[in-house]
Design a protein around this ligand. Structure first.
Ligand SMILES: [Zn+2]
Length: 257
């Protein structure tokens, strides 16, 4: 009877663990997609800025907006008195800035020129060559790097906190004697290291210090904090963030994140 109950509890625990692992995986995928979108929007801005806007016929920049047609902005050229639609093409380029921007964000995301080209074919029915895609990268990277410096990615709502004992020469330092602990807390969405903390103790103060640093860096509280089974964290979470706003979840095996 006792055995049966024990097995039941174990099964329930196992299921709970699986569910939380699944949730972490989902959150992390969602986060990556959001980050990709952010990069793409950034690249669109970069490309648009570089592109400027000039009259399709005479090249003048002396333009006024002239209503929209099927969602496309139209312009009136004050110099040659002609109207034209903004097809978002770059000067001397036939491809729209949206396509160039998504090509660039794919390139920075580690995709090969060949797969970027295939993606543009499928998505936009556009057939640039590898060298064309490469020329976009060369042309916009310098500006993109400058822009990215000003850019601060939004930190997500799920953070992971972890602590490890520092090893010296492959040997674990004795925890009971002078253990050195390395603490870190990471945002699952952006994979940003929000804070780290090194201490010789593993106390509530340490957890608090870590959480406080993370909070200052991010400028916000997380919705969920995932930690391993360490009591000090629990109190650290509630002291810094308040029990109501931040949910604290202890899980096993999230280190694969
Ligand atoms: Zn004109």
């Amino acid at each position: 009877m006792v055995e049966a109950q024990r097995a039941k509890i174990l099964r329930r625990l196992e299921r709970a663990n699986k569910r939380s692992e699944e949730r972490i995986r989902r959150e992390s995928i969602k986060g990556e997609k959001r980050f990709e979108r952010q990069v793409r929007r950034l690249m669109e801005r970069v490309v648009d800025k570089e592109r400027g806007l000039s009259c399709k016929y005479c090249g003048s920049r002396n333009l006024v907006k002239y209503g929209q047609c099927q969602g496309v902005q139209r312009y009136f050229c004050k110099d040659c008195k002609r109207k034209f639609a903004d097809n978002k093409a770059l000067p001397h380029m036939s491809t729209s800035s949206i396509q160039v921007a998504s090509a660039l964000s794919m390139y920075y995301g580690g995709m090969s020129l060949n797969s970027i080209r295939r993606h543009l074919e499928q998505q936009y029915r556009n057939y640039p060559s590898d060298s064309t895609v490469y020329r976009w990268v060369v042309r916009f990277t310098k500006i993109a790097v400058e822009e990215a410096k000003k850019y601060k990615p939004e930190v997500g709502d799920v953070w992971v906190a972890d602590e490890t004992v520092l090893r010296i020469g492959g040997k674990k330092i004795d925890r009971l004697k002078k253990g050195v602990w390395f603490w870190d807390i990471l945002d699952t969405k952006t994979r940003f290291l929000l804070a780290s903390h090194i201490s010789q103790s593993r106390t509530l103060d340490d957890a608090e210090t870590l959480m406080d640093k993370a909070w200052q860096r991010a400028g916000k509280s997380p919705r969920i904090i995932l930690t391993d089974k360490l009591g000090a964290y629990l109190d650290g979470v509630s002291i810094v963030f308040g029990r109501k706003t931040t949910k604290h979840i202890q899980v096993k095996g999230f280190t694969g994140l």
